[in-house]
Design a protein around this ligand. Structure first.
Ligand SMILES: Cc1cc2nc3c(=O)[nH]c(=O)nc-3n(C[C@H](O)[C@H](O)[C@H](O)COP(=O)(O)OP(=O)(O)OC[C@H]3O[C@@H](n4cnc5c(N)ncnc54)[C@H](O)[C@@H]3O)c2cc1C
Length: 470
């Protein structure tokens, strides 16, 4: 028998968009039902941001020990090469994921959110059926938030299965592949490729366009290219992975076509990271009658869809497909439904690429400021002139912090950096832009010594023409 349930707010998808919306709505006193088919935390927590950063951290730990086993580094040496038991690493990573997953469940409980485990399928805009372990439940709601996220894009020539894997499987392998081919040089492919190279895999990157990490300008990407070259990663640009043939013995031959002709690779795994697409299938989007914008669900600056009382957030509604955008939209929509006046109008959405070294960007690059016809000033401060970066090895792969500001009133338009651990600068970059800081605000803020943040201080001073440490 079908159980029926009426709720003020129904949220479909328990990723960072959906669960944050649910917690905020619960805090604001709404009666909330959250439906999640898999595990609370969504892509980010279960098979994305957190597991990938855990793997990257383990790979860095392995690299540091390997280095000291080859020669004394900082006076530290070890007398045997380290070994990696990837199955054990994955168990450790799963422990981190479990802790966070339990944490999300606890927070939802505290906010009095009703959680239904199961796949939701809409019958009309305000009613869906959920197949829960204890039977079907029909949920009718006054308001609906769609937060169904995204899924990896498959290549028709290389469908997932066998040796062809997506980032999800790459984060749960039981051993390090000997020869790993990565198809697609976006941030997910490069982050994972870098980690597997550090763990000992022979890594080859095949990218159809003429450059990797196309969302970042060349100056930011150069240190990553240098590291990949030094680490022996083969990168084939303007090359297309065409066809994979496997043998019964488990061997594989991948044919790649490039400008200079076709060639073959013999990977034991092919990781396809050619992008992600919004999850718009299998849950009755058509029954709701939502307008689309390309592959995404169309929303306005309040995340309202074309159907009254139906909202959509996160990866489902467009780029950038990032955790912090999904969470910010979730919080905002919960507040709008509870009666607050809000709009999604961030000055910037900062982004980090956790490669070796890392990249962080917020706001406009010089190229973007130029293309908008703005009259701007820009400056760079080398990471190697920062005491903290030097004393922790963070500047070993080079790097810099860069600022872009309007010439007229010095309002900061953009901040970017490349270098070890620059991800930690993201908060200050985003805050400066959101608060409408001018160069003098950053220059006039006393930054703690010795920290990487001092490079942000120095770059503002440099743009004003009086850096101290360069
Ligand atoms: C390998 C990898 C690394 C990443 N690293 C980063 C990073 O470092 N930083 C960053 O900001 N972002 C990162 N991302 C992107 C980030 O994971 C996403 O932007 C974020 O998870 C989007 O949140 P969301 O709530 O929109 O959707 P999701 O997290 O995808 O959650 C959607 C949820 O909805 C559920 N669902 C879907 N349909 C239904 C249905 N019909 N019924 C019930 N449940 C349903 C799904 O099971 C899923 O749990 C990474 C992604 C990947 C794959």
């Amino acid at each position: 028998m079908t159980e029926t349930l009426s709720t003020q707010l129904l949220i479909v998808g328990g990723g960072p968009g959906g669960y944050v919306a649910a917690i905020r709505a619960g805090q604001l006193g709404l009666d909330v039902t959250l439906v999640e088919a898999d595990r609370l935390g969504g892509t980010c927590l279960i098979r994305g941001c957190i597991p990938s950063k855990a793997l990257i951290h383990a790979a860095d730990h392995f690299t540091a020990i390997s280095r000291s086993s080859r020669h004394s580094y900082m006076g530290v040496s070890v007398h045997a090469a380290p070994e990696i038991d990837l199955a054990e690493t994955v168990r450790w990573k799963d422990g981190v994921v479990d802790t966070l997953n339990n944490g999300v469940a606890g927070l939802l409980k505290r906010a009095k959110v009703r959680v239904l485990a199961g796949w939701a399928r809409f019958i009309n805009a305000k009613t869906c059926m959920v197949q829960t372990p204890s039977g079907p439940v029909s949920v009718t709601a006054e308001q609906v938030i769609l937060a169904t996220g995204s899924v990896p894009t498959e290549l028709s020539s290389l469908p997932f299965g066998g040796p062809v894997i997506s980032s999800t499987e790459a984060l749960s392998l039981d051993h390090v592949p000997e020869r790993l081919v990565i198809v697609g040089a976006g941030y997910i492919g490069l982050e994972l490729g870098t980690a597997f190279r550090k763990l000992g895999a022979e890594v080859t990157i095949v990218e159809a366009t003429g450059r990797m990490l196309p969302q970042y300008d060349r100056d930011l990407v150069r240190p990553i290219e240098r590291w990949l070259k030094g680490a022996g990663v083969s990168v084939h640009l303007t090359a297309k992975a065409r066809d994979l043939k496997t043998t019964p013995e488990g061997g594989a031959t991948l044919t790649v076509e490039s400008d200079s002709g076709a060639f073959r690779l013999h990977p034991d795994r092919v990781l396809v990271t050619v992008g992600r697409r919004p999850n718009t299938e299998g849950w009755g989007l058509e029954q709701i009658g939502l307008a689309r914008q390309g592959p995404f669900v169309k929303v306005d600056d309040r995340c309202a869809t074309s159907v009254e009382g139906v909202w959509a957030i996160g990866d489902l509604v467009g780029e950038p497909m990032l955790e912090h955008k999904a969470a910010a939209q979730g919080e905002m929509v919960a507040e709008i439904i509870a009666g607050k006046r809000r709009r999604f109008d961030p000055v910037s959405i900062a982004a980090v690429c956790f490669t070796q070294p890392e990249i962080v960007t917020a706001g406009l690059s010089p190229e973007e400021a130029q293309s908008q016809g703005l009259d701007f000033i820009t400056a760079q401060f080398p990471y190697a002139a920062n005491g903290r970066a030097l004393s922790t090895g963070a500047s070993e792969d080079g790097g810099f912090v860069r600022i872009v500001a309007l010439k007229s009133d010095h309002r900061v338009l953009g901040l970017q950096a490349v270098g070890g651990h620059v991800a930690e600068l993201a908060g200050e970059f985003a805050l400066a832009l959101e608060m409408g800081a001018v160069l003098e605000d950053i220059a006039g803020t006393i930054h703690v010594h010795p920290t990487l943040g001092e490079a942000t201080h120095e770059v503002a001073l440099r743009a004003l023409g009086h850096a101290i440490h360069i």
